[in-house]
Design a protein around this ligand. Structure first.
Ligand code: IMP
Ligand code: MG
Length: 179
């Protein structure tokens, strides 16, 4: 069913049941990969808030969760090179195994920015986990991107945490722009 958000029209792309199933699989992978340590999950707000909440419930090994807030979009459908750093976190990640949790990797600028920033703090390891990836929009390969929920076309999406003009984050399914 189509839905309208502000001036744009969207139609369903990924149903909540499929998201749920994929998150369970990623959770299993993380539990196995990090059983030797106590990983620090760094959630990137706002877009990944639902993904983090659902993913973390699948983690059954000891872990820590913290958040950072970045913005690169300013409420439009076009990514900008400018990244605004709104909230930093206080956890000392030196020598720790870090997993960044993102909603979507589009151009990859935000991911590279955050990875460069966190690597300076000398974590033992650092990986990126993103619910969505737009491979055709990616400007520069991200070696740390190990966990991806779904690869999608170069299209604008909303729902399940992702917004258009700050709206649509509450939708259970992920929708793509049609008009
Ligand atoms: P990147 O820096 O171009 O990779 O963009 C990353 C950020 O832009 C994501 O964390 C999102 O917040 C936002 N973004 C990118 N693509 C979309 C989209 O299709 N819908 C909503 N937000 C998006
Ligand atoms: Mg984001």
């Amino acid at each position: 069913m189509k839905t309208k958000i502000a001036d744009l029209e969207f139609e369903p792309l990924i149903k909540s049941a499929a998201i749920e199933e994929r998150i369970k699989a990623i959770g299993l992978q993380l539990n196995a990969d990090y059983q030797h340590c106590i990983p620090v999950f760094v959630g990137v707000l706002n877009g990944s808030f639902l993904f983090i909440a659902d993913l973390i419930k699948q983690i059954d090994i000891p872990c820590e969760i913290t958040f950072t807030k970045l913005a690169s979009y300013y409420g439009g459908t076009q990514g900008g090179l400018k990244i605004r750093d709104d909230i930093d976190f206080s956890v000392d990640i030196k020598g720790r195994d870090v997993v960044i949790i993102e909603d979507i990797v589009d151009t990859g600028n935000t991911a590279h920015y955050l990875l460069d920033k966190l690597k300076v703090k000398e974590p033992a390891s650092i990986k990126l986990c993103s619910l969505l990836l737009k491979p055709k929009a990616l400007l520069k390969k991200i070696d740390e991107l190990k966990y991806v929920g779904f690869e999608i076309e170069n299209e604008f999406v909303v729902g399940y945490g992702l917004d258009y003009k700050e709206m649509g984050r509450n939708l259970k399914d992920i929708y793509k722009r049609v008009k």
